[in-house]
Design a protein around this ligand. Structure first.
Ligand code: CTP
Length: 399
């Protein structure tokens, strides 16, 4: 995770959601970040500095309005130390000050001084949040390149129902990590398929495979983190939907075919990481099949090949990346698939390789390109392989 070794300066401003920032500090530390907490005086009415000192293992700086020498030095030092500057929860007041360059306390002064990327997580009463003044201020900050983590809707502490709840910790972490990640896929549309397909035999049984979906989900997550607009068409998996990704759930290969082909136009990169069933039972029994005394033979019929269909109607500029899982003759089989299905790139892995395969968190892949080049990356985490695949697709797109 890119938070490891980074310094996060977290400003906590005065709202009831201030207590939730404690969880954020804890999770940031777990992710390997150093955390320096700054609090406005009003935030200390909701949660004590000692909570943050304990969780961050650093002294908390509280706004004192004491304009002595140490104060001046400290806020500039913090502004410079930040790899990323986070305001969570951010009140309407600090958002207004940030939008207008007002520097009249420690948080607003340090914010004005920092050159680090800034993440703002608003939390306030719905009326305050919806107020055109606040919305205008947020637009101003967005246009200035600030990363806004939108608040959630729900029941607020004041009893109102509506927008204004501080985003949950996972969304905050995602926003912070995104602010630290070069947005080199910004403006690109990416479609990823993931997971197995299930082919029903009767209402209770199906044919499937061992795909966990981890590689496909890692691809979708990394693409979103790098700024792409991502659609993930997924067979049944136990995985959480990656933040910032549009998920389309499917079950069978034919459903995946329809979902992918309907969305293919307009995609810049299509990556077929799904383990699609090549066959399905020729007839699905309407009722549960009962066992008999004899052997049972099931007739199977071919499923459509989604990747081959995509390859035959590729749009100019669109890049297609296939996957191949093999148990023998890896290069030969994989390059045959790359050519037959008109891929620009193919990621091949062998089920026989230690650390590669369906349920693992790592992968050892061979990358094959349409021009005949072959690359042998080392064993790496599926997220790292996902990043490498996007690096190569970006390079192909630039050619
Ligand atoms: N694929 C697909 N539709 C299918 C079968 C496969 O889109 N019906 C895609 C997979 O998503 C993968 C690539 O084709 O990107 C290769 O899948 P694989 O199962 O390895 O290849 P097959 O062509 O099915 O060949 P075989 O099963 O004979 O190895």
């Amino acid at each position: 995770m890119c938070l490891s070794g980074k310094t996060v300066v977290l400003c906590v401003t005065g709202g009831i959601a201030a207590y939730k920032a404690a969880d954020l500090v804890s999770k940031l530390r777990h992710a390997g970040a150093a955390v320096r907490v700054l609090m406005t005086e009003s935030a200390t009415a909701f949660i004590t500095p000692m909570t943050f000192e304990t969780l961050s293992a650093n002294r908390v700086v509280v706004d004192t309005f004491d304009r002595d020498f140490a104060w001046e030095v400290e806020h500039i030092a913090l502004a410079k130390a930040a790899d990323v500057f986070v305001i969570a929860p951010a009140t309407a007041n600090i958002i207004a000050k940030a939008a207008h360059g007002i520097a009249d306390d420690m948080v607003s002064t340090t914010l004005l001084a920092t050159r680090a990327p800034v993440v703002i997580a608003p939390a306030m009463n719905t009326g305050m949040y919806d107020n055109p003044a606040t919305q205008r201020n947020l637009e101003t900050l967005r246009a200035r390149g600030f990363h806004i983590v939108d608040p959630a809707a729900g029941r607020l502490a004041c009893g109102d129902d509506g927008r204004g709840k501080l985003a949950d910790t996972a969304a905050l972490l995602h926003g912070i990590e995104k602010a630290l990640t070069p947005q080199d896929l910004q403006g690109r549309r990416v479609l990823v398929t993931a997971g197995p397909t299930q082919e029903a035999l009767d209402p209770v049984r199906y044919l499937s495979n061992h795909s966990s979906g981890k590689q496909g989900y890692a691809l979708a997550a990394r693409a979103a983190m790098r700024g792409a607009e991502v659609t993930l068409v997924s067979g049944p998996t136990a995985l959480d939907t990656p933040a910032g990704v549009t998920l389309v759930r499917v079950v069978s290969a034919r459903e995946m075919y329809d979902a992918v082909l309907a969305r293919a136009v307009g995609q810049d990169f299509i990556i077929k990481a799904a383990a699609v069933g090549d066959y399905r039972p020729a007839h699905m029994a309407e009722e549960k099949m009962k066992k008999g005394a004899d052997e049972l033979t099931v007739e199977l019929t071919r499923n459509p090949d989604i990747l081959a269909a995509l390859g035959s109607c590729k749009r100019p500029g669109q890049l297609l990346c296939g996957f191949a899982m093999e148990t023998q003759n890896l290069l030969e089989n994989a390059s045959g698939k790359l050519q037959r299905k008109h891929c620009d790139m193919l990621v091949a892995n062998s089920l026989r390789d230690e650390g590669a395969g369906f349920q693992t968190d790592t992968n050892r892949a061979v990358l094959l390109f349409a021009d005949g080049r072959v690359e042998y990356p080392p064993l790496m985490r599926k997220e790292a392989l996902a990043d490498l695949i996007f690096d190569r697709l970006l390079a192909l797109a630039a050619e």
